[in-house]
Design a protein around this ligand. Structure first.
Ligand code: 6R9
Length: 636
């Protein structure tokens, strides 16, 4: 039995020690045993932090879709690969078997080819969470085209920026999408965006909502008739280990989005390995990640990781609040979901609602719960543990990034004892380091610093598309011979990591470093508080002072606000110390959030600092309208 599946903490430590003593042989063994290669690698790893350049499994030849589909056909052909749950609960779910997926990917790949798409070309995928999205991703990989999935909630200008940055040749979209009780005119957004794009030759359109749309002569084509004519098999393009697999854009703290480039072999090995271990996936499980495939979480843990393991992966088109707040739990019951992976922001939103929405459903199929995307506060963690996991399901708080390609720090269920708000221990092969501002590594436990990774791992992003210098500057210049994550973290007395938030979320008040996340945690413990965000603003005496934006639960809204402010500060004082008390507290109905649920603290910081002349790009916000409301109620 290989060490692909870790079952005990003791085993974790053994595996971990082995993995860092000799990373090359560790990953080589996994790559050898669990994947299908056309040619073996000549060299497991070569790297240079100065250039920076990282190559894994160089010389190997493979196609990732053979690993995700073809090799399962003999033993799992009729097993459900993708379980599609539509937006509308009255529409029937689709069980797409591995055999069917094989055929659908081949047909889509042949359609792409018929439109002139070749190995190395970029294809932009702008689709809602429908099977065609996963199928297009895999079809690109089948023929060696580089996919660039753009989340179908992004605006036309955000779409155009991304298409132009990587000169996509083809765009695949749909006539529209369903989102709760609404429909969204995706094709209209594409038409608007493409006014600014010269590289796009073809737009393929999936019919999802039967909308009347305009089709531009010579550019736009309905997908269905092309699929009907397409051959049902497509030989895989044989790729080099380091050939790019996809580009995925992530926003930086400044400037244009960064097109992170992931390559084939290392990404495959690491996403598959982490999927199996972090979710303790077993053959008959039904795994559900609620993310959108437009984010890295969807790439690695809806598509590639699960399919490389021959798993059944649920794809949900809708939203947690439609037709009501019980929708997630209804789906868990209906499909007997065993692993459930979501974001803290979703948990907090659902925890605000009546518990009846949870209690109506049978959640006993669940075995493992996961969270990703931001630090999870204690209150949300306990709500998840008690009401969803019924205190029987390990919770994996998984820390990672678009750039890391896969989960880096996370408990392993049944092995790592969890502590709320701690991502706990690094996965095998991952070597975190905490650094001080002078560039020295902070050794030992009970310390905090800037989180870096000091040795390469297989799924690290290899460059920023078209801008290698920016890749170097952003990730490899702050600390020598290290990858800098941009996050702060602390390591507790037993070596567990807790992510304290982006380093730029740290506020220095009277010379004290204060992470905003722990203060928010303290505030969120107040029974009347639903959510909060803390930022720093300039203060004459302290350098910086703290400004809190607080959303109240319905029950809190009738309370006297001055009393609430006092209670909140008392809580902070109790939990963290008087130094962390807030100078100003603004009660608000909402907070500006990115589409992946992250609070845009940059905007809140400017508002609190009375510096609203240039709020920067707000086009990627989920709720741009809230910005004005927050500004109107600012406390001067
Ligand atoms: C996968 C993903 C990355 C940033 C990362 C960090 C934050 C993600 C977290 C977490 C605390 C966790 N983050 N997971 N913070 N605990 N479990 O979210 O990728 O969208 O690129 O965001 O998200 O700040 O640096 P991405």
């Amino acid at each position: 039995m290989s060490n692909y599946h870790i079952k005990h903490l003791e085993e974790y430590f053994q595996v971990y020690r082995k993995s860092v003593r000799n990373p090359e042989s560790y990953w080589e063994e996994i790559a050898e045993e669990h994947f299908m290669w056309h040619k073996r690698w000549d060299n497991v790893l070569s790297y240079d932090f100065e250039k920076p350049e990282f190559k894994w499994f160089e010389g190997a030849k493979l196609n990732i879709t053979e690993n995700c589909i073809d090799r399962h056909l003999r033993t799992r052909g009729d097993k459900t690969a993708i379980l599609f749950e539509p937006n509308n609960p009255d529409e029937e779910a689709q069980h797409i078997s591995y055999n069917e997926l094989h055929e659908r990917v081949a047909k889509m790949a042949n359609v792409f080819k018929s439109q002139g798409v070749k190995k190395g070309d970029r294809v932009c995928i702008y689709l809602p969470m429908i099977p065609e999205l996963a199928v297009s991703v895999l079809a690109c990989a089948r023929i060696g085209a580089i996919h660039s999935v753009v989340f179908a909630g992004f605006s036309s200008s955000a779409l155009a920026t991304r298409i132009n940055d990587s000169d996509c040749k083809l765009v695949i979209t749909s006539d529209g999408s369903f989102r709760g009780s609404k429909t969204i005119d995706l094709k209209g957004i594409v038409d608007e965006g493409l006014k600014k794009c010269d590289s796009v030759e073809t737009v393929l359109v999936v019919n999802r909502i039967n909308a009347e749309i305009e089709m531009k002569e010579g550019r736009d084509q309905w997908l269905q008739p092309l699929l009907e004519k397409a051959e049902t098999t497509c030989a895989p393009e044989i790729m080099d280990a380091e050939d790019p697999l996809f580009i995925l854009y992530t926003s930086g703290s400044t400037g244009t989005p960064k097109g992170m480039v992931h390559t084939t072999a290392g990404y495959m090995v690491y996403s598959a390995f982490t999927f199996k271990n972090v979710f303790q996936y077993r053959e008959d499980d039904v795994y559900w990640c609620t993310a959108d495939i437009g984010w890295i979480t969807g790439h690695s843990y809806i598509v590639y990781g699960p399919l490389a393991n021959g798993a059944t992966t649920v794809m949900f088109e809708g939203v947690p609040s439609y037709p009501d707040y019980g929708r997630f739990w209804e789906i868990v019951e209906k499909h007997k979901v065993t692993q459930f992976y979501t974001a803290p922001t979703a948990i907090r939103a659902l925890a605000k609602e009546n518990l009846e929405h949870v209690e109506k459903y049978d959640l006993t199929s669940l075995k493992v719960l996961g969270t990703v995307g931001e630090p999870i506060n204690e209150e949300a963690w306990h709500w998840y543990d008690e009401n969803i996991g019924k205190k029987k399901c390990p919770i994996v708080d998984t820390w990672w990034q678009t750039e890391t390609g896969g989960i880096m720090i996370s408990p392993i269920p049944y092995s790592t004892p969890a502590i709320p708000t701690f991502a706990t221990l690094p996965l095998p092969g991952i070597q975190p380091a905490l650094m001080d501002e002078e560039g020295n590594e902070i050794k030992g436990n009970q310390v905090d610093g800037r989180l870096c990774i000091k040795f390469p791992w297989p799924s690290m992003a290899r460059t920023i598309w078209g801008n290698h210098q920016r890749y170097k500057d952003t990730y490899f210049s702050a600390f020598k011979n290290m990858y800098f994550t941009g996050d702060g973290a602390l390591r507790d007395s037993v070596g567990y990591y807790r992510i304290t938030g982006r380093v730029d979320d740290v506020v220095i008040v009277s010379g004290h470093n204060l992470g905003t996340a722990p203060i928010e945690d303290a505030i969120n413990e107040h029974p009347a508080v639903a959510e909060s965000a803390i930022v720093g603003y300039p203060h004459e005496v302290k350098g910086n002072a703290l400004y809190g934006y607080v959303i109240l639960k319905e029950t809190g809204e009738s309370r006297n606000q001055d009393n609430l402010r006092k209670e909140i500060n008392q809580l902070i004082s109790d939990r963290i110390g008087p130094i962390a008390k807030l100078d100003k507290i603004q009660f608000t109905n909402g907070l500006p959030k990115t589409r992946s649920g992250k609070i845009m603290r940059r905007i809140l910081r400017k508002i609190a600092s009375n510096d609203t002349s240039n709020l920067g790009d707000t086009s990627t916000l989920l709720n741009p309208e809230i910005v004005q409301e927050v500004m109107d109620n600012v406390i001067k």
